[in-house]
Design a protein. Sequence first.
Length: 350
Amino acid sequence: MMPSPETMYRALVRRDSTFEGVFVVGVKTTHIFCRPACPAKKPKPEHVEFFSLPREALHAGYRPCKRCNPSLSIARPPELVRRLRDAVEHSVGGKISGADLGAMGIDPSTARRQFQRYYGMTFFAYHRARRMGLALHEVRNGESVIGAQIESGFNSASGFHNAFRQLFGAPPSKGKEIDCMLARWVETPLGAMVAVADERGLRLLEFVDRRGLENEINTLRRRTGCVILPGRNSHLDAMVSQLQEYFQGSRMRFTVPLVPSGSAFEESVWERLRKIPAGETRSYSELAKAVGKPAAVRAVGRANGKNCMSIVIPCHRVIRSDGNLCGYGGGIWRKQWLIEHERKFHVRGR
């Protein structure tokens, strides 16, 4: 939920950067939308309209301001969020209190609001999950329960046991038996993505504003019986590196191991998608014929929509028979961008 219009207008007038990522504002008289801290002259309150996301302003007919580039705000986190995330990584095993945030010049309520907006959980929930992920790693690698408790920053044994059991569904003594997946935030020119992987390979890669992402994550957890924690492993590191090369135009093929989770038919569709060369497209009917089910065009479309590894399994390369774009969970504008990007940079053999 966004703040009240009065609060957002005050933030706009003050050019309050702590509201970056919370809202954008559309100016009715110019048909332009801006970020809260835009340096442009401020309109009267009756001439503004607030939106939670840049794409909502675009859909309402506004164009992005050339001075503050509001469309880029989703491609990277606000400076405050980056500071908070770095603080967690520098103190994964310790605690960061409200007083610590105050010493950093950060208001705890602002930290909670911005982190919730960008990561979908509060700052302290993120830090706690990170600590518990470290605890599980220590327990799995032979660390004693008390050692993991100390390393994770819990002063109370009962508090550690309760937190561990609540998150993993088992006590710390069972840590070696618990399977978990790790999630990492990935920033791209098209907006933030979340990547999830386990020891076998990549499980999920999606834009964070994709409709239905929460259902995809819950389905993945249900099918695998694993929890998902913030963290990193070799597959996530490789995915981040290869995505950077993709957006730079130097890579069109991904080599990260994939672990799809779907029916036999869905996985056959996804495998066929990976065989569509970069820079080319196929129609849904062509894809149906390629999987040996020429009459199953709609079923192929549904399988396409259930793909939860965007870009790596290139469902964006499937279009209508008449050449028009349709059916992309990340948004038609991203689908168009990806197709044009691949046509521009594709070099045969890469």
